[in-house]
Design a protein around this ligand. Structure first.
Ligand code: ATP
Ligand code: MG
Length: 346
């Protein structure tokens, strides 16, 4: 449970702290009050990364060099320190993670406050580029699985090395297999772990009951193996980048009307919203299934986008786990639910 959070030079906050209810907390404030910033800070404590910053230093208050978020989660003190890079230099030094004051790696920091965040921008998962869909899969699986986090870090690193080798080979016109051996094995080994775990999650979604919106996921996976790398050898040399692997994965949501139709191309805006709401709700179920406990639910300003029947559906969900909700108008929440919530006015 998230008990409290302290923000220092984080986004619009200079120095502030907030305490949360063990049930539901409603954060109310007009546009630009700092609602999404506060929820971003919670997400940062949960995952070790931002849900929206392009680069981490964007989270530091304008003109400052260091930002800090500290949270009390059960009896742990979780802390992320952000620096603008002027202090250290390379990107890995932008963030520091501490648990009870002891420095940790991100793989060990994440997982102490499992959380599912839902915001209107999540619609982009359906309508935008494959990158966002892969990020979604990563977000879900990194939350629950340390092996996935490790595999993903190793894969990204190996991929970068392998692509650098391919680029050289492309420029020089010759490929030295000896140089590739180690990195080939690294991308294959870690890539296969990622694919397998993504498959498991997608399989879970497809076999789960969907009471909000009916769809199935079609996983367009780019499998990686020794054989596949061999098959693509010439194309890879020509392109100078790795052409197979989970970094090329995609998926689509197919709605079952008439036949199977991609929500992205055939769904109305409303259907797309319901599909993403359903997907997020299954994310919550998945995290709960794997970890055996309910994650923190974070809802950023979603009521303005939904009709009253779906707002009600969400409000019913809220009582089942610790929930933090932001809204511009508390009128979205009916009195029956409101009286059970702690309200923070910004
Ligand atoms: N690094 C930063 N330093 C200082 N202020 C920032 C920084 N990043 C963003 N802000 C500002 O923080 C303010 C609050 O942003 P936030 O997204 O939290 O608002 P909000 O309450 O969610 O508003 P809305 O209802 O419009 O979504 C904005 O005015 C934004 O420009
Ligand atoms: Mg906002």
């Amino acid at each position: 449970m998230l008990k409290s959070i302290f923000l220092q030079n984080f986004r619009s906050y200079k120095k502030d702290d907030f305490e949360f209810s063990e049930n539901s907390t409603l954060i109310v404030g007009p546009n630009t009050a700092g609602k999404s910033n506060l929820l971003e800070a919670i997400f940062l404590i949960s995952t070790g990364k931002s849900n929206r910053a392009g680069i981490d230093p964007q989270m530091i208050h304008f003109g400052k060099e260091i930002g800090r978020v500290k949270a009390q989660v059960d009896d742990l003190e979780l802390e992320v320190v952000l620096t603008n890079g002027n202090l250290g230099g390379n990107k890995s030094q932008y963030k520091k993670f501490l648990i009870n004051g002891v420095a940790k790696r991100r793989v060990d920091f994440e997982g102490n406050l499992p959380a599912v965040l839902f915001s209107p921008q999540d619609l982009d998962i359906i309508v935008d580029s494959p990158t966002l869909r892969r990020e979604f899969l990563n977000n879900v699986l990194e939350q629950v699985d340390r092996d996935y986090r490790i595999a993903n870090i190793s894969f990204v690193k190996a991929l970068r090395q392998r692509n650098a080798l391919l680029e050289n080979a492309h420029d020089s016109g010759t490929k030295n297999p000896k140089h590739f051996e180690y990195w080939d094995n690294q991308v294959i080994e870690n890539g296969q772990i990622i694919t397998k775990k993504r498959e498991e999650f997608i399989e879970f979604v497809n076999s789960s009951l969907k009471d909000i919106f009916e769809f199935e996921i079609s996983y367009d996976k780019s499998e990686i193996s020794q054989l596949r790398l061999l098959q693509y050898e010439r194309e890879e040399l020509a392109a100078g980048v790795t052409l197979v692997g989970p970094h090329r994965d995609d998926f689509s949501l197919l709605m079952k009307n008439h036949d199977l139709h991609d929500v992205r191309y055939f769904g109305s805006r409303g259907q797309q919203r319901l599909a993403i709401l359903q997907l997020k709700s299954l994310e919550l179920e998945y995290v709960e299934k794997v970890l055996g406990k309910k994650p923190l639910l974070i809802l950023d300003d979603i009521f303005s986008e939904l009709d009253s029947s779906h707002i009600k559906l969400i409000l019913e969900q809220i009582g089942k786990q610790q929930t933090i909700i932001s809204t511009t108008h508390k009128e979205f929440v009916s009195a029956k639910y409101l009286k059970k919530m702690k309200v923070i006015k910004l």
